[in-house]
Design a protein around this ligand. Sequence first.
Ligand SMILES: O=C[C@H](O)[C@H](O)[C@H](O)COP(=O)(O)O
Length: 146
Amino acid sequence: MKIAIASDHAGYHYKTIIVEHLEKLGHEVVDFGTDSAEACDYPDFIIPAAKAVAAGQCERGIVLGGSGNGEAIAANRIHGIRCALTWNVETAKLGRQHNKANMISIGERMTAEEDVLKIVDAWLATEFEGGRHERRIEKIDTLSQN
Ligand SMILES: O=C[C@H](O)[C@H](O)[C@H](O)COP(=O)(O)O
């Protein structure tokens, strides 16, 4: 799978761990930065990654920051993105089962290092359930028109 990834300085360490893991699994990772732990502004990296997913250049995307909140907010501004804020395996699975999340956001300051790859793996392995959730996904797009 072709996967976009991006973080700010606060998510940089977990980004390196996830990139190594995904590449070992055979995924193609497109890294939108940041490239160091030097302080930066998360929209500069998260928005291009979300645009790549929305445009179909990448199938899925992962964004990281301190809390993951700003990164999820930024990604979800891009039409077609459903970015779930995930902090454990259950929220990662539900993000796929109920929300068809094509991106996840992880807060490095909120998530134990031993959990981060479990979250990513659970999200990648879980399918959308469809059914009643399909209607709700469609309403997100139709009802959110300004
Ligand atoms: O929601 C935003 C993210 O959590 C950022 O990673 C966080 O705000 C960065 O904070 P600071 O500039 O204090 O490291």
